[in-house]
Write a protein that binds this ligand. Structure first.
Ligand SMILES: Cc1ncc(C[n+]2csc(CCOP(=O)(O)OP(=O)(O)O)c2C)c(N)n1
Ligand SMILES: CC(=O)[C@@H](O)[C@H](O)COP(=O)(O)O
Ligand SMILES: [Mg+2]
Length: 622
């Protein structure tokens, strides 16, 4: 039996002699590479936190003490050390979530995979524990250098730093990367702190050599040690944290398990809020990850563990259509600029960045800043394109509403991973954007049905200068081209049984246009007259949709978004405001959080398949 197999709970880990930790770390790394290469997942981030997570669970007594992981994608080692060793269905339905999950373990707290929230969670937990007379229970937040570029983290630090008795340990897991190298002033500050390792080595040398010098050695070392702080402040102004009132320990070699344990014990016993700055390496111990300069295997699909190469070559995805068209547009429009929140490659701006590096802004994991900064760029006469994952726009809704829309800023938002993504769990589904955007005055939203429409609608969007425009498309392979049989106003007609009135008008939103045609054909085969359309610009509801609805006995709207407040709801309101009484049947995502599973499994479960929708419509059509 391997050492790892003997660990079913943190107590088993703490019972082991510290000398066996390198052996355990080696076993864990081998496990991660062999298992995650079979399933896909966040291999790089977890390889970087092996010793750190071992030390955390040796120093703190979870779940009596609470360990919170920011973003949570780096919690695989935590799962192993809390007894979860079956990674065979990682991120798959019925298997382990790729993030902390309370249903899996009492050791898991924050399931939300949106970055920069851990310090706020920890602030609340620590203060709550103290209020309830449990101040002896420690709270630890592990936050990456990338997540630390998120504004919310600094809101929390501002509150934590002034509370001198708060038993809260902040572990900054500094591997110098989000996906790409971490950007901004904080990253530079952390970099200067990292150089103090030179000082640590210098001081360690000083201690050894001076300690051997009789009489003068000790006092001289103490003087040197006193100078250390000054020197550090000169070269490595760690003062930022200490000036805020936070005790700072570090930088600590995050792969020296005993050093991390020592630092964590000091921090635990300090009796107030403390930052432990740990230097780690993303992808540590696995050369293909270290050689992956893009993102050190931040997130992978199935790979050959020997070579690190993917088994399947990815097809053309929706993101590629955006990526390529942005490069073409950039050549035609010198007013076009682009913004990303630490995800340049995942959102498809790497092409534009390579061609026009001075016209791309990576703001770090700071979506709120990106949206308002874009409003400023528009005010300065540029046309910004803000590329985000749909779910991450949620946190910048007020900036969209009050900075962008209120000021009629000509900003284009491109939302990737819109709709159900599935395997990353509830917080990663891009299922709220159209509901949120439907209440923003002056906003126009397009949902392309294929690659051609991505290109066309992106071009239409960047021509709009008097308000925000949004283009949203899902994760994965781009849909096959779907030609319109004719246009009617600004709507593409995709299928119809005849030119006159119909029993049913089906609106297929974006990537669901193909599904809508499938539904229409099946309903027609049941003897009904049908028309299937792609409204293209789905918000606000166009007059052409109202005209088409006036020619139908009923309307069905099929969308990869929350039904509540979605396009179907907007169509219903528009019809009623126009005095039209046709029933509207809504097919979309119900208002609940979705467990992790594949996109296909969730669509099946939610009845978002042609068979399910037709069966439902059949009961409703007279
Ligand atoms: C609000 C938000 N924006 C973007 C992301 C996408 N994302 C996931 S992990 C990650 C990088 C995190 O970097 P860091 O915190 O340094 O952790 P590391 O992966 O380096 O361990 C990003 C940008 C996210 N999860 N949440
Ligand atoms: C943890 C996180 O937010 C990202 O790493 C996310 O998991 C990436 O998702 P995609 O795999 O869809 O790019
Ligand atoms: Mg990082």
């Amino acid at each position: 039996m391997s050492l790892l197999e003997t660990i079913t709970a943190p107590a088993d880990l703490r019972a082991l002699p510290v000398e066996r930790m390198p052996e355990l770390a080696e076993e864990i790394r081998s496990f991660l590479v062999s298992e995650v290469s079979k399933t896909g997942g966040h291999l790089g981030p977890n390889l970087g936190v092996v010793e750190l997570t071992i030390a955390l669970h040796r120093v703190f007594d979870s779940p009596r003490d609470t360990i919170v992981f920011d973003t949570g994608h780096q919690s695989y080692v935590h799962k192993l050390l809390t007894g979860r060793h079956d990674f065979s269905k990682l991120k798959k339905q019925g298997g382990l979530s790729g993030y902390p999950n309370r249903a899996e373990s009492e050791h898991d707290v924050v399931e939300n995979s949106h970055a920069s929230t851990a310090l706020s969670w920890a602030d609340g937990i620590a203060k709550g524990r103290r209020l309830r007379g449990q101040g002896q229970r420690h709270t630890v937040a592990v936050i990456g250098d990338g997540a630390l570029t998120g504004g919310m983290a600094w809101e929390a630090i501002n509150n934590i730093a002034v509370d001198k008795t708060l038993p809260l340990v902040i572990v900054v897991n500094d591997n110098e990367r989000s996906y790409a190298p971490t950007i901004g002033g904080l990253a530079e500050h952390l970099a200067t702190l990292r150089t103090t390792r030179g000082y640590e080595r210098f001081l360690a040398w000083g201690k050894r050599s001076l300690a051997r010098t009789p009489f003068v050695g000790g006092p001289v070392f103490e003087t040197l040690h006193g100078v250390k702080k000054g020197l550090k402040d000169i070269v490595a102004p760690q003062g930022m944290f200490e000036d805020l009132g936070l005790k700072y320990y570090g930088p600590v070699d995050g792969h020296d398990e005993q050093a991390v344990e020592r630092a964590l014990r000091q921090a635990r016993d300090f009796g107030g809020p403390v930052i432990v700055h740990v230097i780690t390496q993303k992808g540590r111990g696995y050369q293909p990850a270290l050689d992956d300069v893009a993102d050190h295997m931040h997130g992978i699909g199935k790979i050959n563990p020997e070579t690190g190469l993917p088994f399947e070559v990815a097809g053309r995805i929706w993101t590629d259509e955006f990526n390529d068209e942005m490069v073409r547009l950039g050549a035609e429009r010198d007013d076009l600029v682009a913004l990303t929140a630490a995800m340049l490659i995942p959102v498809g701006l790497d092409g534009f960045a390579a061609a026009y590096p001075e016209r791309v802004f990576d703001v770090g994991i700071a979506e709120q800043h990106a949206v308002t900064m874009a409003s400023g760029l528009a005010y300065a006469g540029l046309h910004p394109v803000v590329a985000l994952y749909a779910t991450f726009l949620n946190r910048a809704f007020d900036q969209m509403l009050m900075d962008c829309a209120l000021h009629k800023a000509g900003v284009t938002f491109v939302l990737d991973r819109a709709g159900i993504t599935g395997s990353d769990g509830a917080s990663h589904n891009g299922m709220w954007d159209m509901a949120l955007m439907s209440i923003v005055p002056g906003l126009r939203l397009a949902a392309p049905r294929d690659g051609d429409q991505v290109r066309r609608q992106l071009r239409e969007a960047v021509d709009v200068t008097d308000g925000p425009t949004v283009i949203r498309f899902p994760k994965g392979d781009v849909a096959e081209p779907l030609e319109a049989v004719r246009q009617q106003g600004d709507v593409d007609v995709l299928f119809e049984t005849g030119s006159g009135d119909v029993d049913l008008l089906v609106l297929g939103v974006g990537a669901f246009a193909g599904l809508a045609v499938d539904v229409g054909a099946k309903v027609a085969a049941l003897g009904h007259t049908v028309r299937v359309v792609d409204p293209r610009w789905v918000l606000p509801v166009s007059g052409t949709v109202l005209d088409l609805a006036a020619q139908a006995g009923a309307v069905a709207v099929i969308e990869d978004n929350l039904v509540t407040g979605g396009v179907g709801a907007a169509v219903t309101v528009a019809l009623r405001e126009a005095g039209q009484q046709a029933p509207v049947h809504l097919h979309g995502i119900p208002k609940r959080f979705l467990h992790h599973a594949s996109r296909g499994q969730l669509l099946e479960e939610l009845g978002l398949t042609a068979e399910s929708i037709v069966a439902d419509l059949q009961t409703r059509l007279s």
